[in-house]
Design a protein around this ligand. Structure first.
Ligand code: SR1
Ligand code: MG
Length: 433
């Protein structure tokens, strides 16, 4: 497909906005200008993006503040040598609009969108912080479990064949099918590169050299990751966020907001749920690297494990409740499950479906972990552990857990089995320790 023909490509009129251009641009938008208040000259504008792909500006005026995100035509983390379609801003905007409808109050409000400039203006989330940073500090978030399990259950259920007609579902798949360049990033960086020699791979050397080499030679692991990759590519079960790590979640003690759905597409539900579970497991196993005195984070770590359990339990209860009360889709026709026997059989089938979804979740959580330790894009849970040996110990524990989760997925039949394995590996010392 010709990328130039995709929505949002608008190559000829696109320009990277600097602060002055952005001021003029926003001044010409009456609703945005009046929200900011005062004169455009009085607005403070700063570029604060620390993600891998885009520019992010914070604009503050006399009476309000906004965030403005602009896609760059390349991967920010790497530079202009890695071009990336601007159309991702179009798909992100479409996903934000869907998610706001399906999971009200859990995504930032969009104030303005411009496909040509690949730019979206949103409410500024204040005093929220990126959840990953809060977890590194050892902060707990009492609203998180309810909010993220609601977000997951509602966005996944209502975009699936359980809730939609076949025609609606296929239209949804078509609407997001053009976001394949972002899918390709995931296909390469998560499902392929960590298991082969790739120029951009990196890990904490020399401590993890042997493990990285072992992962490159492990054919059992290559089969397991390839099965997951195929599932990612060929199972359009629901509209996914597509990059639901703890850096895509902003939190306070009383609020949770899911941001950055530029990787949105129709894929397997377990990929989003696994992203949350995998990133919480990494937060748990990185925690030892952030202690100043042994054991000082023990109760925080216990909270994290409880949170992981509650996310799956909360998600699965909510998803099942929606299925029992809102199943208007063409999957599982009601007419095939009439009477008491039919109802019982359908309920058994729901349980079987959740068991399969849990297996996917375990596998994808493992894939998400391995890519952050052996691939290109790492996370600050580990990166901010300055003692390299200590960081490698935390990473080696995570790799050990992830390998078991990926190879022995069927042995994890409950989320408690996952947290028990995490607790056990927390006490394991690699050879180099
Ligand atoms: C080149 S982009 C690297 C990563 O950043 C995003 O947040 C996604 O996780 C992607 O894989
Ligand atoms: Mg992102």
């Amino acid at each position: 497909m010709n990328l130039q023909a995709q929505p949002g490509s608008g190559a000829s009129q696109y320009r990277i906005l600097r602060e002055t251009d952005l001021r003029d641009y926003l001044a010409a938008l009456p609703a945005v200008a009046s929200r900011l208040g005062g004169t455009p000259a009085s607005w403070s504008i700063s570029e604060v993006g620390d993600g891998n792909l885009n520019l992010v500006f914070i604009v503050k005026g006399a009476s309000g503040s906004i965030a403005v995100k602009q896609a760059l035509p390349y991967v920010r983390l790497v530079g202009e040598s890695w071009p990336l379609p601007l159309s991702r801003a179009h798909f992100e905007h479409m996903a934000l609009v869907h998610q706001a409808r399906l999971a009200p109050k859990l995504v930032p409000a969009v104030l303005h969108h411009d496909d040509t400039l690949a730019l979206t203006a949103m409410e500024l989330l204040e005093p929220h912080i990126i959840m990953r940073k809060g977890l590194i500090e050892g902060a707990r978030y009492p609203r998180f479990v309810d909010d993220i399990s609601t977000f997951l259950a509602r966005t996944l259920f209502f975009t699936s064949d359980l809730a939609l007609s076949a025609a609606e579902k296929k239209q949804g798949i078509a609407d997001f099918a053009g976001n394949h360049a972002l899918c390709k990033i995931t296909e390469d960086l998560i499902f392929t590169d960590p298991y082969r020699i790739a120029e951009q791979n990196r890990w904490t050397a020399p401590y993890l050299d042997a493990t990285a080499a072992a992962f490159r030679d492990d054919l059992d692991l290559h089969v397991a990751i390839s099965r997951l990759k195929l599932k990612f590519m060929a199972s359009p079960e629901a509209l996914l966020h597509g990059d639901l790590h703890t850096g895509s979640i902003m939190v306070t003690e009383t609020d949770t907001q899911v941001i950055d759905p530029e990787f949105a597409f129709y894929g397997p539900m377990g990929f989003d749920i696994g992203a949350v579970v995998g990133n919480l497991l990494m937060a748990y196993l990185a925690s030892a690297g952030h202690e100043r005195t042994p054991g000082e984070r023990a109760s925080f770590e216990a909270w994290l494990l409880e949170t992981i359990e509650d996310v799956w339990t909360g998600f699965s209860q909510r998803f099942l409740a929606l299925w029992r009360s809102e199943a208007k889709g063409d999957g599982y026709p009601v007419s095939l499950f009439a009477g008491e026997a039919g109802a019982a059989r359908l309920e058994a089938e729901r349980q079987a479906y959740m068991a399969r979804l849990f297996q996917d979740t375990v596998g994808f959580a493992a894939a998400k972990t391995i890519r952050r330790i052996l691939g290109l894009a790492h996370n600050i849970d580990f990166e901010w552990i300055t003692d390299e040996k200590q960081r490698a110990i935390c990473e080696a524990r995570s790799l050990k857990l992830a390998r078991t989760m990926m190879l022995d997925t069927p042995s994890f039949t409950t989320i408690g089995a996952v947290t028990a394995a995490a607790r056990e590996v927390r006490g394991w010392q690699p050879d180099f320790a």
